[in-house]
Design a protein around this ligand. Structure first.
Ligand code: PGA
Length: 253
């Protein structure tokens, strides 16, 4: 059931599997309504079930992703795009290898360029040329980050190279056989201003480790110290949580 909590459309489900299914249904509804949708997409543990469900929908003939354009939120610096820990590889394994999206419709930031500023400008220009982002799907870091916009990031930030905080490197160690030292210290990320320009935002969070930042995002002050709190200022944000991630919300208790 969906509730309205301040500006957020909030949906709380029992399990992370249900969150993944609901997220896939949400994305599918957007794509059915506008087949050439421009999607800004997340990586990390949280959206894995969403991608699994999207792949199933496509394979069973219930969804066509042929016309969508995808942009990923972020990518590590210092890894080749075929490195097993890269988000490019994550996206191939989670989605692109299993569904028919033309390769030139998929965009992932490339940090291994002599001119990251030009790369960032081109990425933002490509989104704009397609009419802007229709739907941004976001996870949230344990420190409240969105994309790799760590605490302290300016709300007016555009796409750029950023340092990755220790807690975020720890959260990404699962992509590097659990070895934190192998997680890069820098990434390229779409900026907060770019995320806020998306017409619609879907944020997913699961597990108890996200309960405090989910509370802060919805009820706390809007502050760069909790980057996701800026979403209080967006006109169309849906938040889908499992019971654990919602456990600090007063309406849910
Ligand atoms: P996670 O990451 O899904 O691996 O928890 C979320 C995020 O950092 O956005």
């Amino acid at each position: 059931m969906q509730k309205q909590v301040s500006n957020f459309h909030l949906q709380v489900l029992e399990t992370e599997e249900e969150v993944g299914k609901a997220a896939a249904d949400f994305v599918a509804a957007q794509v059915r309504q506008k087949p050439e949708s421009v999607l800004l997409l997340p990586t990390g543990r949280t959206p894995l079930d969403m991608y699994r469900n999207l792949v199933e929908m496509v394979k069973s003939g219930n969804l066509d992703l042929h016309y969508v354009h995808t942009f990923n939120l972020d990518e590590f610096c210092g890894l080749s795009s075929d490195h097993p820990g890269s988000y490019a590889q994550y996206m191939r394994e989670a989605l692109f290898d299993h569904v028919a999206i033309p390769e030139d419709h998929t965009h992932i930031l490339n940090c291994a360029t002599p001119d990251p500023k030009a790369e960032a400008a081109l990425y933002d220009a490509a989104m704009h040329a397609l009419g802007g982002v229709d739907l941004a799907v976001l996870g949230i870091g344990v420190n409240g980050h969105i994309g790799f916009n760590e605490p302290g990031s300016s709300f007016s930030s555009g796409t750029r190279v950023v340092p990755i905080r220790e807690e975020t490197r720890e959260a990404n160690a699962f992509l590097f056989d659990g070895i934190i030292d192998e997680v890069p210290k820098e990434a390229m990320t779409v900026g907060i201003a770019t995320i806020m320009e998306s017409r619609q935002i879907l944020l997913l969070a699961t597990g108890e480790s996200k309960a405090d930042v989910v509370y802060g995002m919805i009820y706390g002050p809007v502050t760069p110290e909790l980057p996701a709190s800026i979403l209080q200022k967006h006109p169309d944000v849906t938040v889908i949580l499992d019971r654990e991630a919602a456990s600090k919300l007063p309406q849910v208790k």
